[in-house]
Design a protein around this ligand. Structure first.
Ligand code: UT7
Length: 321
């Protein structure tokens, strides 16, 4: 059977680390409040002049190296981002150009914190249809550029970074790679989380505005719902899942999801403490850290889930080769 197999993962974080104590120098907040309410201790911030495409290229090169795949084999580049270098062209085409590639397709996916799951699902479909054979799927963000640094209710929550996966269409004797995905959106709820600018609205990028408490409530409910549905669709029992790899927004959200899924936190990958919320980059960065630390290994079955502005949300099951 033709499968979308995960061949390699790469991640890249900018060098500068901003701690909660650093933030409390300029904001009416504290390390104690941020850690207790979110689990976040620090986040990485890209230096001036470093663009989303720069982070994406670094992550992509690492994923290609891990996969032992030459860049020329890639015929699909997808970038999930909320912070594109420019309004146009897509960051994916800029990344494709920086990688020296000129074949196949390249486009961005806009689903905010769910962007990486949306992108892997689109890639899986194109690989299954035979429209592509080797996909570089990247989640990359310079989310710090969308923050109102005087707003203590949003500024401490986000960080910058990029993660990338290499998916290749391969004939396999049994289901491998992406086993199933489910994606959802409810556009009636866009005003829970948005930027107050846009090219059409006011020719600005704007900054993040969020009704945090309601997003929190929706996040727990919708992540659990999508996880249960994708398990059912794939006919995979929960006992077969080695790791849950959720979008990283708030440790309390992850704990609530784990509790409702009857999943011990020991089987949930957590990076929110040192990455904060890197939006579309959070899941591939967690995957990269999972492999680097030896927690992720061949033959395991992974359960991914995310929720983001839109609202958009979803879940996927991936079996590692
Ligand atoms: O990626 C997907 C999108 N994002 C999310 O999933 C985020 C979801 N939401 C959350 O993570 C949480 O709702 C927050 C972390 C944003 C807020 O935590 P909370 O426990 O829901 O706090 P709250 O908004 O109910 O605020 C409680 C109090 C408020 O003060 P009053 O009104 O009770 O006097 C806030 O003004 O905490 C105050 N507060 C802060 N205090 C110190 C809010 N932010 C801060 C802060 N430092 N940074």
């Amino acid at each position: 059977m033709r499968c979308s197999v995960l061949k390699g993962v790469g991640g890249f974080l900018p060098a500068r680390v901003l701690t909660n104590d650093d933030l409390s120098q300029t904001l009416e907040t504290s390390d104690e409040w941020i850690r207790r309410r979110t689990g976040i201790r620090s986040r990485h911030i890209a230096a001036d002049g470093v663009l989303t495409s720069d982070l994406a290229v670094e992550a992509a090169l690492r994923a290609l190296e891990k996969a032992e795949i030459r860049p020329e084999e890639v015929d699909l580049v997808l970038v999930a981002t909320t912070t594109p270098d420019r309004t146009f062209p897509s960051t994916a085409t800029i990344v494709q150009g920086k990688l020296g590639l000129a074949q196949g397709m390249a486009f961005d996916i806009s689903a905010v914190c769910s962007g990486f799951l949306y992108a892997t699902t689109v890639a899986d479909t194109l690989l299954q249809q035979g429209q592509a054979t080797c996909a570089l799927v990247i989640g990359a963000e310079t989310f710090s550029r969308l923050l109102d640094w005087s707003d203590r209710t949003t500024a401490p929550l986000f960080g910058d970074g990029a993660g990338a996966v290499l998916l290749r269409a391969e004939e396999q004797p049994s289901p491998t790679g992406i086993l199933a995905s489910r994606l959802y959106a409810d556009g009636g709820q866009w005003s829970l989380l948005y930027t107050d600018g846009g090219p059409s609205l006011n020719q600005k990028a704007g900054v993040v505005r969020m009704q945090g408490r309601e997003v929190f409530r929706q996040a727990v409910e919708k992540m659990v719902q999508s996880l249960q549905e994708v398990l059912q669709v794939a006919s995979v029992p929960l006992e077969e899942i080695t790791w849950v790899i959720p979008h990283q927004a708030n440790l309390r959200i992850l704990e609530a999801v784990a509790e409702r899924m009857a999943m011990p936190m020991e089987r949930v990958l957590v990076t929110v403490d040192h990455h904060a919320n890197t939006s579309g980059a959070s899941i591939p960065l967690a995957l990269e850290e999972g492999f680097a630390s030896g927690r992720l290994a061949a033959g395991q079955t992974l359960l991914l889930t995310a929720i983001g502005a839109g609202l958009t949300w979803g879940a996927s099951i991936i079996r590692l080769p």
